[in-house]
Design a protein around this ligand. Structure first.
Ligand SMILES: Nc1ncnc2c1ncn2[C@@H]1O[C@H](COP(=O)(O)OP(=O)(O)OP(=O)(O)O)[C@@H](O)[C@H]1O
Ligand code: SF4
Ligand SMILES: [Mg+2]
Length: 317
């Protein structure tokens, strides 16, 4: 199988003041096929954004390899590296902070076009109009400023800005978490339409399993720097294996008090542990209701449940 982007044994450790090492991403394998959407889910601080930033070279990895179109990104020549930077984009959570409020919408969208010298003059202007239309805005918006727009519209501007450089891989890092619930579906639908139109490949990051369900082909669940379960969307939601995935699913509210009550027994206890001080063995062992002795001693290997469903837990070894 040929992947668009792949990471093997990816580690990103931050050395903090006092020389403490924070293992934000620790031995993560990720592979995304062209045109596919991989959802990446886990609680705040588990390392999702760090995976994303490291994958596209914004952070240099501590160890491991990253391949883009089967080429190790560390060994790209200057021209290919520039191409890689153009072809891999990130859409950020907060459209307010990721957009320069002193620039007009047109100039914001054209930043990449100018950086990569893609179009000039009239063609540049036409391209801006085209991009605005693609994301559901219009020509008149070109000369306006971001503060004149709603959160959802600002996210559309952010999406247009990413699309401007004709990427093939986009990391959507919590693109809808800051938006009103009523707007979230519109943005997800837009991302989905654009994906079909331009054959885009997505890594869709969210702390909420229910948010990634509709857009993802596969989902990877992350806990404290590690991926604990990966499966096709259907399989993950209908047949979760890892106790953490089960806990996350159980915390999605169901509007039926009886089901809600019967599920409450599965809910995890305790807070996420700090990646500065992860427990030995399985990192989830401090919160796992099914913990065995081996869990505190050995890290569980990643084992296949089926061709496309993997889980890292001693219950299945
Ligand atoms: N530049 C950095 N320097 C030091 N530590 C960092 C840095 N970036 C992230 N971290 C730490 O790495 C861990 C993972 O952070 P990351 O932002 O990747 O998590 P996340 O899953 O994206 O969380 P959230 O859902 O809140 O966005 C956290 O403990 C965070 O404090
Ligand atoms: S390896 Fe053990 S502690 Fe970790 S999730 Fe599985 S049962 Fe729980
Ligand atoms: Mg994040």
């Amino acid at each position: 199988m040929s992947y668009l982007i792949e990471a093997r044994n990816l580690k990103k450790h931050f050395t903090l003041r006092g020389k403490k090492v924070l293992k934000a991403v620790d031995n993560v394998d990720i592979a995304i096929a062209p045109g596919e959407t991989l959802g990446l889910v886990g609680e705040s601080g588990c390392g999702k954004s760090t995976v994303g930033r490291t994958l596209v070279g914004l952070y240099k990895q501590t160890a491991g390899e990253i391949y883009y179109k089967n080429e190790n990104i560390q060994h790209l020549d200057k021209q290919k590296n520039r191409e890689f930077i153009r072809k891999t984009q990130i859409i950020f959570q907060d459209p307010y902070s990721s957009i320069n409020s002193y620039m007009t919408v047109g100039d914001i969208i054209a930043e990449g076009i100018d950086n990569f010298k893609l179009f000039k003059g009239k063609e540049r202007q036409e391209r801006i109009y085209e991009l605005l239309e693609l994301v559901g805005l219009n020509k008149d918006h070109t000369t306006r400023y971001p503060h004149e727009f709603s959160g959802g519209q600002r996210q559309r501007i952010g999406i247009a800005r990413s699309l401007a450089v004709e990427p093939d891989f986009i990391i959507c890092d919590e693109p809808i978490s800051a938006l009103d619930v009523s707007i979230q579906a519109q943005i997800v639908n837009l991302l989905s339409d654009l994906q079909k139109k331009f054959k885009l490949t997505y890594l869709f990051i969210s702390h909420d399993l229910s948010m990634v369900q509709y857009i993802s082909d596969r989902v990877a669940v992350m806990y404290l720097g590690k991926i604990v379960e990966t499966a096709n969307c259907d399989s993950l939601y209908s047949d979760p294996h890892h106790p953490y995935t089960k806990g996350l699913l159980a915390s999605i509210p169901i509007p039926d008090p009886e089901i809600e009550f019967s599920r409450s027994a599965q809910v995890m206890t305790g807070e996420i542990t700090s990646p500065l001080n992860p427990p030995p063995g399985c990192r989830f062992s401090t919160r796992c209701p099914l913990k065995k002795q081996i869990c505190e001693e050995q890290a569980p290997p990643n084992v296949p449940i089926s061709d496309s469903h993997f889980v890292a837990c001693h219950l299945y070894t």
